[in-house]
Design a binder for this molecule. Sequence first.
Ligand code: THU
Length: 137
Amino acid sequence: MSEQGQVTHDDFDWEALRLEAVAARGHAYAPYSSYPVGAAALAEDGRVLTGCNVENAAYGVALCAECGLVSQLHITGGGRLTHFICVDKAGDVLMPCGRCRQLLFENGGPDLLLMTVSGVRRMDEVLPDAFGPDNLA
Ligand code: THU
């Protein structure tokens, strides 16, 4: 932990994962918001999963970048996410929206590490007291 309460993981190559998100963002379809997003995550077995946002003329139907990423996780064999980052048009980190925090919690659990606007955070910091699979057990 840093003095600011952030989790520090100096041994993880966040810049490499950020560049994966930047590459994914290049495929975004965001003609309505002009806000392309790219997301990238590492799975516990070393796979890198990516996603981009895909908008729709029916605005509310837009798919966040995280949706594609989670789908790719399952298509390529499932498992758990360990590290996550998403970026905007400038390549800067953005916070996953509330709905996508729930998606990430389901697939990474409380230990998932996210690069955020305030440094590396655990999933249970950005979605405290989350509703999740345990509630339905
Ligand atoms: N967006 C994402 O892809 N992920 C997020 O976590 C936040 C928002 C997208 C949805 C929409 O296409 C655009 O950003 C503007 O809201």
